[in-house]
Design a protein around this ligand. Structure first.
Ligand code: HEM
Length: 376
């Protein structure tokens, strides 16, 4: 009996406590709700403008929205002179890093090593391209001193730029395990200085090259035939007509001029960080001629990211092209190197590879220097 009374009393107390709790909670909530109601829309507008509402809750503002904007690189204001510091998270930098450390390095290696493999295969299958008629014993002047100075100035600058550039791109992965971090860093630092300064001799070289050789590199009707016959490179006894430069050489020339100019522009952009607006201008011009889809509002950081990617991509493609050029100008073809060595080539070589040019030279009235000379 007593036990049952105790149970009933506990039940009653429990129900009372529950009822009090409910009342208490209503008592707290009711005045706030009423207060909010009484202040009407003005308060909620004010609160909404910042996204927050009274009561310490986020209201319409959202953490994820906030961080999404930060992640997208929204720019706040800072009082220091470098306004770029107002960007808290530069997401483009991550994509840039991923591209540079991934596809750029991997496909870049494919392009360069692929070209070396192709040239090795070509050498095995075709061998050295010989002067079919044999050496004539007479030489003919092909390039003067200024031509050769220009060629070797450009060539040495480019080769050193290529080596130091590749050192910076792949050195970390390939060379630090071999030679250690400290020697790598010392060489990389000197390589960077060399890369910066050699760029000027390279620019002088391509400007001179353009002035000296552009007249010989305007496409003509013989170029199409030359290309259709593969320049006679893949078959013996085939020698398509050519003036001073054949279609293959014209392609090399224009790659060097246009690729070199593009390397120079992006390289200068990298040398003077955040000071150029090359990509903004380029994309605006492209948009103006109807090529849509590229960002016309390019931030200084994006400019730098695009400079590095473009510079490395064009540089690697040029390295592959120049490897093929070096091959054919040296071991790949008998008699070719002399053109840039002594400046004089064997007459039979000239007739086989540049017959129209030989005809032009021989028909020139009084130019003894360009007439066939006895071989030394
Ligand atoms: C050891 C490296 C090199 C060798 C052995 C070499 C060899 C030659 C030779 C023999 C010629 C004359 C071809 C002819 O008479 O028809 C030539 C022309 C030329 N070279 Fe080089 N070269 C080298 C590096 C370079 C580099 C690095 C560049 C530019 C970045 C370059 C750009 C040119 C151009 C534009 C021409 C005229 C077009 C042509 O003949 O293809 N050369 N080179």
């Amino acid at each position: 009996m007593i036990e049952r009374m105790m149970v009933n009393a506990r039940g009653l107390l429990g129900s009372l406590a529950l009822a009090l709790l409910l009342l208490a909670s209503l008592g707290v909530a009711a005045p706030d709700a009423a207060a909010q109601q009484s202040q009407g829309r003005e308060i909620s507008d004010e609160a909404l403008s910042g996204g927050a509402v009274p009561g310490g809750s986020l209201g319409t503002s959202s953490d994820s929205q906030f961080w999404r904007e930060v992640r997208r690189g929204i720019q706040g204001s800072v009082s220091i002179p470098d306004k770029k510091a107002g960007v808290l998270v530069e997401s483009g930098g991550e994509s840039w890093q991923e591209f540079r450390d991934g596809p750029l390095k991997v496909y870049g290696a494919w392009v360069v090593l692929g070209m070396i493999a192709l040239l090795a295969l070509f050498f095995v299958l075709r061998g050295r391209i010989r002067i079919e008629a044999g050496r004539s014993g007479h030489v003919i002047e092909r390039f003067g001193d200024l031509d050769r100075f220009t060629h070797w100035l450009t060539a040495f600058s480019f080769i050193l730029l290529a080596i130091t550039g590749m050192w910076l791109l792949w050195g970390r992965e390939l060379l630090i395990p071999l030679i250690g971090a400290a020697p790598y860093a010392t060489i990389a630092q000197w390589g960077k200085y060399a890369h910066n300064f050699l760029s000027f001799s390279f620019i002088v070289g391509i400007v001179l090259m353009f002035v000296l050789w552009v007249a010989h590199n305007i496409p003509n009707r013989h170029d199409l035939v030359w290309l259709a016959k593969g320049g006679g490179l893949f078959s013996k006894h085939v020698h398509p007509h050519s003036k001073k430069f054949n279609a293959g050489q014209k392609l090399i020339f224009w790659s060097v001029i246009l690729g070199g100019a593009s390397l120079a522009a992006s390289g200068i952009g990298l040398m003077f960080p955040f000071d150029t607006a090359m990509w903004a201008k380029t994309f605006n011009v492209l948009a103006a001629v109807g090529i849509e889809g590229l960002p016309t509002d390019v931030t200084p950081r994006m400019e730098m990211q695009l400079h590095t990617i473009w510079h490395a991509t064009v540089g690697l493609i040029m390295i592959a092209i120049i490897l093929a050029h070096i091959y054919i100008g040296s071991v790949g073809m008998e008699g070719a190197f002399a053109a840039m060595g002594s400046g004089k080539v064997d007459e039979n070589w000239a007739r086989e590879h540049h017959d129209l040019w030989v005809a032009e030279v021989e028909n020139k009235p009084v130019d003894q220097a360009r007439r066939p000379l006895p071989a030394e």
